[in-house]
Design a protein. Structure first.
Length: 137
């Protein structure tokens, strides 16, 4: 019963993690292959706006509009797309911090709405809001 070597008859106290590592590597490979496939062709159904109406009684509110023929308006005045940034910058300088509201016809391409939003932000309006009619029903 000495310390001599030969065979070991004791119980092994270590955990064999090799099967766990194998399973984790297989899962990692599966996720690496499937995640890029999940991002392609995603259909997005944007939610409808269900918000209370804004108080529009204040006459000093600035409203930017685009109609279906892509005519641009600041309140009731008509402007071209090229004149819009200069006019907005002058208004923003005279009324710093004033909110501005954007409304667009439903048939206007999103590109034009984004262009108007960008012009308002670049002119210096910190708060730009969208005007819409809530869905009835």
């Amino acid at each position: 019963m000495g310390m001599g070597g030969g065979g070991s008859t004791g119980v092994m106290n270590d955990i064999n993690v090799t099967p766990l590592v194998d399973v984790m590597l297989v899962l990692l490979i599966i996720f690496m292959v499937t995640v890029p496939m999940m991002n392609q062709g995603v259909d997005i159904d944007l939610p409808k706006a269900d918000a209370p109406p804004l108080n529009m009684e204040d006459e000093t509110q600035l409203i930017l509009s685009i109609d279906a023929e892509l005519n641009f308006f600041i309140n009731e005045s008509t402007f071209t797309a090229d004149e819009m940034p200069a006019k907005l910058a002058a208004i923003a300088e005279a009324n710093p911090g004033a909110p501005i509201f954007v409304q667009a016809d439903g048939d206007v391409p999103y590109r034009e709405v984004a262009r108007l939003l960008g012009a308002a932000k670049l002119a210096g309006f910190p708060r730009v809001g969208m005007v819409f009619h809530p869905e009835e029903g």
